[in-house]
Design a protein around this ligand. Structure first.
Ligand code: ACO
Length: 331
């Protein structure tokens, strides 16, 4: 472990894994009473990836992590911390982070899961930054991996059209010559938890207060309300981050927002008055992959948006909890 505090950090590697099985809107027309026209016009989604039985959250996370390590030109043994953001771990324990660490061969490296639903990956970057800035870690692997197809009710057209599976990973490294995360903002509001939740069917313990009516073990969502909350929370969080960084929105080269729905992204950029063409979008290909959205977008945005060293990139996410987070990066 390095002992001297250092100031900057840099993304030295990114990696992704998307299952090869593509489920199109036309495929969904055969499962539920829906249409490509309805799904695309309401969500911007054309297709999503669906994991096979062997493509578990751990397995997909390992593939993405290995690619990120290769690009960062480091070995698993060089990692000082592994963080995994997921709402669909293969087991409650061991954590997905421990399972991924074992597959990578990162024996001894601290590893833990971090759960903030769709905001989980940005939460992970913020946590990692604290260790990197103080010198407590030099290389941190952050993985977002989700197998949402296993927690979606495939009879519920309100939700099953929205989600997909996949994984993304980055390596964050101490680097005095790079500024990395210029500012961040994060928050949560547990009082609105019921708007979007996934109940644990095993949770039947003695409770002092009875829980809300038990939901099935699938994602439950109040779509319209979540839509409004997502737009407002992401816009407010993004503006707080910019204010902390002392950076004007006009100086931001690219916004990478959580990929839940094109209408949420459009409403966000409208509210911020940010040029739509400088907002990265891949929701049409993958749907909402919760904590995997931001790392997959980070991997694809570099070449697609032609990001250059020094560009300011604003990450912003919102998810169940409710949770939100934003971070301003210097590329
Ligand atoms: N196909 C056809 N019709 C549908 C479908 C579908 N897949 N889903 C719902 N409908 C119907 C509804 O039953 C309703 O019919 P009714 O009027 O006969 O009752 C009608 O379409 C309109 O439904 P609304 O809920 O009013 O549609 P809305 O315009 O709100 O769009 C949507 C629904 C897309 C879910 C929207 O509310 C939304 O985007 N919400 C955000 C949800 C989201 O992205 N969640 C992801 C998790 S949170 C996050 O990641 C930020």
């Amino acid at each position: 472990m390095p002992s001297q505090p250092k100031s900057g950090l840099q993304i030295t590697g990114t990696g992704i894994y998307l299952p090869s099985h593509v489920l199109t809107n036309q495929d969904l027309e055969k499962l539920v009473d829906t249409s490509d026209e309805w799904i695309f016009s309401r969500t911007g989604i054309r297709e999503r990836r669906i994991a096979s039985e062997t493509e578990t959250s751990t397995w997909m996370g390992v593939q993405a992590a290995q690619q990120a390590l290769t690009q960062a030109k480091i070995q698993a043994a060089d990692l000082d911390l592994i963080l995994v953001a997921t709402v669909t771990p293969d087991s409650f324990f061991p954590s997905a982070a421990c399972r991924i660490s074992a597959e990578l061969g990162a024996t001894g490296c601290p590893a833990f899961d971090l759960q903030a639903a769709c905001s989980g990956f940005v939460y992970g970057m913020i946590v990692a930054e604290q260790f990197l800035r103080t010198g407590a870690a030099r290389n941190v692997l952050i993985v977002g991996t989700e197998r949402l197809s296993s927690v979606v009710d495939w009879r519920d057209r309100n939700t099953c059209v929205l989600f997909g599976d996949g994984a993304g990973a980055i390596v964050l490294r101490q680097n005095e010559a790079s500024r990395g995360i210029l500012a961040f903002d994060w928050g949560a509001d547990g009082a609105s938890a019921d708007l979007l939740h996934l109940h644990n069917p095993q949770s039947r313990g003695l409770a002092t207060k009875p829980p809300a009516p038990l939901a099935p073990d699938c994602i439950v969502m109040a779509g319209k309300e979540i839509f409004k909350q997502a737009v407002n929370a992401m816009a407010d969080s993004a503006l707080r981050t910019l204010q902390k960084a002392g950076v004007n929105l006009s100086d931001v080269r690219c916004v990478i927002s959580h990929q839940a729905n094109i209408r949420i992204i459009d409403a966000l950029v409208d509210k911020l008055k940010f040029p739509r063409e400088r907002c990265f979008v891949n929701v049409h290909k993958y749907g909402n992959m919760s904590a995997a959205c931001i790392p997959v977008a980070l991997h694809e945005a570099g070449p697609e948006m032609k990001l250059q060293k020094g560009d300011k990139v604003l990450l912003v996410a919102f998810g169940g909890g409710l949770t939100w987070a934003s971070a301003l990066l210097e590329w």
